[in-house]
Unconditional design. Sequence first.
Length: 214
Amino acid sequence: MDHRTISIADQVFEILERDILTGVYARGEVLTETKLSEKLGVSRTPVREALRRMEQERLVVGTSRGMRVVGLDRRDIDDIYEIRSRVEGLAARRAAERAGEEELEQLKHLLDMQEFFTLKEDGTGIIDTDNHFHEMLYRMSGSLVLHDTLLPLHRKIVKYRQVSVGNSIRAKESFEEHRAIYEAVAAHDPDRAEELLLRHIENARTSIMSQEEN
């Protein structure tokens, strides 16, 4: 369990990052410390710190009027999937090599929850369990480097994944792909786990890119 204390600035960062990545704040919109501090009910100092961190991550850019939302464009999305396709398979391989019974039980629970939300066609629930399924795989790899590299990338495309899983056919396909990945990890078959994970990423990229074209 993570017992780290989350500062107000961290909380503000998480809220603003989520709101930018899910489209609450549109690309080109200008954010100011004063308005954000009033909206969030905090002082300007943690807002300033959060905006500075988002600028470092290129989610916003400074202007004379405030911070302008940059967000992600099509090339950014494609780059994220390219990086994931080169790295995430290694995480799945490592997870299959070292998975313990308790971790597998947690992964299976997440899979069961995803199935429940998929049957209900609950997009929010699907995205939430999808996030946790991939995060659990990253943790199971036993590598903080892999975890800390992949988790932010996965979170950054949440808006586009929401659109993708809004398609019930793709949502069901994604669940079946996750189930196959789980079975390979549970069988401690690293080659199969890596192969299935990479296929899953490619299918997700194809789905998202086709949505972007429409």
